[in-house]
Ligand binder design. Structure first.
Ligand code: GDP
Length: 196
């Protein structure tokens, strides 16, 4: 099988966009915690343990950078929706995320992960509205598609897209557990990073 993202590896973590340095092109992954972001990153990289680094204590709230090709990055942003954490922590997290999303010139597209079964949460809506407000291109990716019964898939796709004001085809539908939609998304990411 042709591998579109053959050599993804961890590069570095940062607490602020100013520490990131330059690259040619990058895409970013964002979503609420537990949406399946680490699993998707592992699937995109064909690497079962890759995203473990993003999950090690101390790194879950950082910007974690993975290299997908020469000066081409996949950036894993900290998951949102932690109920815990002090107001100060939440505000630091917001600054980090907003700083990154507003300031990165080389950021091509933000993959916004939404749980296929749960549908968009209030925080997902807020994220998407905010990305629209700052004119940042994004692509919605519905995760854990295998959790939706086959007989309900088509309807669920329509409903999820409609809830976000999108057409069903605007939403990538993936399952890291089953591999559904992964090759297509790999191809899309490779093209966005000019690796195809
Ligand atoms: P993160 O917090 O967003 O990084 O989420 P994880 O990737 O750690 O996944 C959270 C939970 O969802 C874990 O228990 C995963 O096993 C599960 N999960 C992730 N992706 C899938 C999927 O495609 N299908 C199913 N059924 N479960 C998944």
């Amino acid at each position: 099988m042709l591998r579109h993202l053959p050599e993804v590896r961890f590069l570095k973590s940062a607490t602020h966009v100013s520490q990131l340095g330059v690259c040619h092109a990058e895409i970013a992954l964002v979503g609420r915690s537990n949406v399946g972001k680490s699993s998707l990153l592992n699937s995109l990289a064909d690497h079962r343990q890759l995203a473990r680094v993003s999950r090690t204590p101390g790194r879950t709230r950082l910007i974690n950078v993975f290299v997908a090709g020469p000066d081409r990055w996949i950036v894993d942003l900290p998951g949102y929706g932690y109920a815990s954490g002090s107001a100060r922590e939440r505000s630091a997290w917001k600054d980090m995320l907003e700083g990154y999303l507003t300031l990165r010139d080389t950021l091509r597209v933000v993959l916004v992960l939404v749980d296929a079964e749960v549908g968009p949460t209030k925080l997902d809506h807020q994220m998407l509205e905010w990305l629209q407000a700052i004119d940042r291109p994004y692509r919605v990716v519905a995760t854990k598609a295998d959790r939706v019964k086959p007989s309900l898939q088509a309807r669920r796709r329509r409903e999820l897209a409609a809830a976000l004001g999108l057409k069903p085809d605007d939403v990538a539908w993936v399952s890291s557990a089953k591999g559904t939609g992964i090759a297509e998304l790999q191809r899309e990411v490779a093209a966005l990073l000019n690796l195809a």
